[in-house]
Design a protein around this ligand. Structure first.
Ligand code: PHE
Length: 441
C-alpha cells in the first residue's frame, strides 16, 4: 500500500498554505465586499478579524492537523476518541464542496476572460464596454458551464497528482510573480487622475458603515480568505513533519492575506473612481475594472493575458485545497485511489455548482431568501458555515485538547497567548458577531 504524502520542505508547506489562502478571496471577493460595505470600515474590521480571530483558529487547525497526521475526520477522531467531534471534519467537507461549487464558476469566468484576451476580443474601452463584456461572459449558459467544467477538470487533474508533484512545485514561482504584478498594477492605479478618491474610500473610515452586518461580512471574509472553518488547513497540516514552526507559518499566511487584499483594493478602487465606475458592482467588480486598468498600461493587452494566467493559478491553488479535504477522507484506507476519489468528488461538485453557474443567466430570476443562487451559496458558507466550523474548532482546540499535548506543538509563549485567545476571546467574539450579524441580515 502507498504511504501518505509529506511536504518536501518547510517552505513547501508555507507556500501551499498560502496558496490555499490566497486566491479569489483576497483578489476577487475582498474588493467587491469592501465595495459594497463601505470600503475602509470593512477593511478595518477585516484586519481585526483576521489577526484577532482567524489567526488563532488557523493555528488551531495547524495543530490539530499535524498532531492527527490523518485526514480531517480521522485526525479529530484520533485526538478525541469515542466522541462526536469528528463532525467538524464532515462539516468542513460540506462547506468546502459548496464553496468549490461556486468558486469554480468564478474560475470559469477567469478561463473565459483568458481565452478572450488571447483571441483579442477585448476591442473596445469605457465603462459600458467592460460592463457588457462581463454580462456576456456570465449570462451565456454554455460559456459559464464550460468554463466551470474546465476549471474543475484542472483542479481534479492537479489533486490526482498528489501533493508533491502537483501543488508544491508550481507554488514556488507563480505566487511571487503574481505579487510583483499586483505592485505594478497598484502603482499604475494610484497614478491615475482622481485616484485619491479611491484611496480615501479604502482608508478613510465612514463610520456609518460600522454595523453588525458589516462585522459579520468581514468575519466571514477573514475565514474565507484564511480557508479556516472548512478543514482545508487541517488537512494540509496533516502532511507536515514535526519540525515546522506552526506559529510563524500561521502568522505569515495571515499577513500575506492582508497584504494581498489591501493591494487588490489599491489596484481596484482608485481605478473605479478615476475611470467612472461604481464601487458596488458586486461579483463583477474585478472583472470589469482590471481590464480597464490594463488598458492604461503599455503592452496592456499582453500583460492582461499573463495576469489572467497567474490569477487562474492562484485560484487553482485554492480550489485544490478544497477538493483535497474530501479526497483525503475518501482515500484514508487506500491511498492508491487518489485519482478515482478526485474524479468522483470533482464530478459531484460540478453538479452541485450548475445552478450557481446558471444563476447569472437562465436562472437569474430564481431567488432563495432574497439571494441569487450564487450569492446564497456564498452566504451560507461564509456567513453561516465557516463561523460555525471555526467556533467548533476553537472549542475543540481550547477545551478538548489537553495543554500537555500542545506543549510539543507550540513554543511556550505562543502557547500561552494562543490558549487565552482560543478559549475565551475567539469563541465569544464569533458567537457575538454571528448572532448579532445574522439578526441584522
Ligand atoms: N482561501 C481561499 C481564497 O481566498 C478560499 C478557500 C476557502 C480555500 C475554503 C479553501 C477552503 O480564495
Amino acid at each position: 500500500m502507498k504511504n501518505r504524502d509529506q511536504w518536501q520542505s518547510k517552505m513547501g508547506f508555507v507556500l501551499a498554505a498560502a496558496g490555499s489562502a490566497i486566491g479569489l478571496g483576497a483578489i476577487w471577493k475582498f474588493p467587491y465586499m469592501a465595495g459594497t460595505n463601505g470600503g475602509s470600515v470593512f477593511l478595518l474590521l477585516f484586519i481585526i478579524s483576521t489577526l484577532g480571530i482567524g489567526l488563532p483558529i488557523l493555528l488551531a487547525e495547524f495543530v490539530i492537523g499535524r498532531k492527527g497526521q490523518r485526514d480531517a475526520v480521522s485526525s479529530i477522531k484520533r485526538l478525541a476518541p469515542g466522541k462526536q467531534w469528528q463532525g467538524i471534519g464532515w462539516l468542513g467537507v460540506m462547506i468546502s464542496l459548496i464553496i468549490l461549487s461556486f468558486y469554480s464558476v468564478v474560475g470559469g469566468w477567469i478561463i473565459s476572460y483568458l481565452v478572450r484576451s488571447i483571441s483579442m476580443s477585448f476591442e473596445g474601452t469605457g465603462e459600458d464596454f467592460y460592463n457588457r463584456l462581463f454580462e456576456t461572459v456570465i449570462s451565456n449558459p454554455f460559456e459559464a458551464l464550460i468554463g466551470q467544467a474546465i476549471f474543475l477538470l484542472l483542479t481534479i487533474w492537479i489533486v490526482s497528482g498528489g501533493i508533491k508533484g502537483g501543488i508544491e512545485r508550481a507554488n514556488k514561482w507563480m505566487m511571487p510573480l503574481l505579487f510583483i504584478f499586483f505592485i505594478i498594477l497598484a502603482v499604475r492605479s494610484i497614478t491615475l487622475d482622481g485616484a485619491i478618491e479611491g484611496l480615501k474610500f479604502l482608508f478613510v473610515p465612514d463610520w456609518s458603515y460600522l454595523t453588525w452586518s458589516t462585522a459579520l461580512s468581514a468575519l466571514g471574509q477573514a475565514f474565507f480568505t484564511l480557508s479556516v472553518g472548512s478543514a482545508a488547513m487541517m488537512t494540509y497540516a496533516s502532511y507536515l513533519s514535526a519540525e515546522q514552526k506552526l506559529g510563524q507559518s500561521a502568522l505569515s499566511v495571515s499577513l500575506m492575506n492582508i497584504v494581498i487584499s489591501i493591494l487588490a483594493g489599491i489596484v481596484i478602487f482608485p481605478a473605479v473612481f478615476s475611470l467612472g465606475f461604481s464601487p458596488n458592482e458586486g461579483p463583477g467588480l474585478v472583472f470589469i475594472i482590471l481590464p480597464a486598468v490594463f488598458d492604461q498600461i503599455v503592452f496592456g493587452s499582453f500583460f492582461l493575458i499573463i495576469f489572467f494566467i497567474l490569477l487562474l493559478f492562484a485560484t487553482l491553488t485554492s480550489s485544490m485545497s478544497m477538493l483535497e479535504i474530501a479526497v483525503a477522507i475518501g482515500i484514508r484506507e487506500k491511498y492508491e485511489n487518489r485519482k478515482k476519489a478526485a474524479w468522483l468528488i470533482g464530478l459531484i461538485t460540478f453538479v452541485i455548482g450548475i445552478p450557481s453557474a446558471l444563476s447569472f443567466g437562465i436562472l437569474s430570476d430564481v431567488s432563495i431568501a432574497g439571494y441569487s443562487i450564487f450569492d446564497f451559496a456564498d452566504m451560507i458558507t461564509s456567513k453561516i458555515g465557516m463561523p460555525i466550523g471555526a467556533f467548533l474548532v476553537a472549542i475543540f482546540a481550547g477545551y478538548v485538547l489537553k495543554k500537555q499535548d500542545l506543549q510539543n506543538e507550540l513554543n511556550p509563549q505562543v502557547l500561552a497567548t494562543w490558549r487565552i485567545l482560543i478559549r475565551y476571546i475567539v469563541p465569544i467574539a464569533i458567537a457575538f458577531i454571528f448572532i448579532q450579524g445574522l439578526a441584522s441580515l
